[in-house]
Design a protein around this ligand. Sequence first.
Ligand code: SF4
Ligand code: MG
Length: 324
Amino acid sequence: REPLMEISNLKKYFPIKQGILNRLKGKATPVVKAVDDVNFTIYKGETLALVGESGCGKSTTGRSLLRLIEPTAGKVLFEGKNILEHSSQELKRARREMQIVFQDPYASLHPRMTVAEIIAEPLHIHKVGTLAEREKRVESLMETVGLSTRMKNRYPHEFSGGQRQRIGIAKALALNPKLVICDEPVSALDVSVQAQVINLFQDLQKEFNLTYLFISHDLSVVKHISDRVGVMYLGKLVEIAKTEELFSSPKHPYTKALLSARPMIHDKDRMERIFLEGELPTPLNPPSGCRFHTRCPFKMERCAVEEPIIKDFEDGHQLACHLI
Ligand code: SF4
Ligand code: MG
């Protein structure tokens, strides 16, 4: 397996604006540690899923990798080059290879641009081809994602949710990227449409040799589409493994709880339900030691004081827990 992107010690801290009184009192600015020292590798041609409850930092991680938001610290090697050190020129070039598909296609498509203009936009920005070549490219992209070219002069509001997501995908593919970050790409769609768009993602992966980072809270979608899964909790990556392995023998108590909460169609798949204590804490002032200790049914004394480091359980299966 060849790495496409290697992420080490990635951090994104958001400072919180505080009132003038606290500032006068000289109180330190509080920070939300949305992503806190996350390490993983995305291999060429795979689909790596990132899962976790909302607020766990999975979207922030995805956006940080493309520098759509600036990470606070860390290293992101794309084909060996650290994109966090790129100048804006170098970053612009690198972005041709890395695209993102957002959850809400409507919000990410300009309402007063036609579909053809939307899909052609990255070609214009990167000055690819002549006007006529771009037009041809737009038509072929529309066909690739299953949209009729007869609709190319229409506006986003004239399309259904599923069609709008296809427009977003066509735009993401315009520059022949290697990596596509998919941030909850089917969560806003009707269940009946979800399967079609997921099939499209799979077909495109084969056709264009794409690598996906697939961010989702929907475990059945993730089980279907991904080769490996990383589980995040409060800004930390707590477990990462091959998909079959993670679903059949999860090791981290949080992963076990997440999976055991899924509705199961087949009795044989049913796991013993693990109920979590307490509420999901906020990433502002996260719990000490293991961030999961306030809810973990297996916590020990050291869990509140000592932070577990992510390590190999066996080849390719890693987790951060003092039990292992
Ligand atoms: Fe639970 Fe402790 Fe493991 Fe954290 S380190 S998941 S609190 S057992
Ligand atoms: Mg999100």
